[in-house]
Design a protein around this ligand. Structure first.
Ligand SMILES: CC(C)(COP(=O)(O)OP(=O)(O)OC[C@H]1O[C@@H](n2cnc3c(N)ncnc32)[C@H](O)[C@@H]1OP(=O)(O)O)[C@@H](O)C(=O)NCCC(=O)NCCS
Length: 189
């Protein structure tokens, strides 16, 4: 398929997705500090993020990732308050096979309000409109909050990859959720 990039600003009803840039570093740092005890269970980078300098370095990396289509990383903000909520990113972007995977996190104080389910639906629609056919959400089988986001957003459990995910306690099983585009496959030859 033709390569594309997502828009740097994508608006929904209650949230807006903004490409990750340095202006968001400080708010992101506070959100990580607030949430680290909860998030470290499933996000290995949380323990490696020891100061705001680590957030700044990661944002530099994300800029490279954006440019080379390794990952498109966004920050989520509420509308109209522009409160920093968390992040959502598209990785494993595979133009050749029309597929991509979504990952996400929300600061603890903004969980259980449906923001991530909305963000997933917004970003998947942009992917589908641009020609991606298969969108995946993968998570630790113990991570019920993440699996429930996938289910609530209409993803089907396709398979469970055994002992496929590193966790400090051992290799955990990984649930693979999938949704397919409602649009015809673009530029297929
Ligand atoms: C995974 C994670 C983002 C899920 O957050 P979440 O707040 O549970 O998900 P949502 O924002 O979609 O909110 C859904 C909840 O809001 C409720 N809700 C309230 N208003 C809602 C609305 N308008 N629409 C949908 N749900 C709504 C839902 O009933 C649901 O409640 P529940 O959690 O009691 O079942 C969060 O737990 C997290 O950041 N975890 C740590 C990082 C992580 O594990 N990331 C994934 C790695 S694979």
């Amino acid at each position: 398929m033709e390569k594309f990039k997502l828009a740097e600003t994508i608006r929904g009803e209650r949230i807006v997705l903004l490409k990750r840039i340095h202006e968001q570093d400080e708010q992101m740092w506070h959100a990580i500090e607030e949430s680290r005890l909860f998030m470290r269970e499933y996000l290995p980078w949380v323990d490696r993020t020891k100061s705001i300098d680590d957030v700044v370095k990661a944002t530099d990396l994300f800029a490279e990732y954006w440019d080379n289509d390794h990952e498109w990383g966004f920050c989520l903000y509420s509308i109209p308050e522009y409160q920093f909520l968390g992040c959502i990113g598209v990785h494993l972007i595979d133009f050749k096979n029309y597929s991509a995977e979504i990952g996400y996190w929300l600061r603890v104080s903004e969980q259980h309000k449906g923001y991530m389910t909305e963000a997933v639906k917004i970003i998947e629609e942009e992917l589908f409109k641009n020609g991606i056919h298969r969108v995946v959400i993968a998570c630790d089988t113990n991570n019920r909050n993440s699996g429930n986001v996938a289910k609530r957003a209409g993803y089907q459990l396709e398979s469970i990859a055994k002992e496929a995910l590193y966790h400090p306690t051992g290799l955990h099983d990984k649930e693979i959720y999938v949704k397919f585009s409602p649009y015809p496959v673009k530029d297929f030859d």
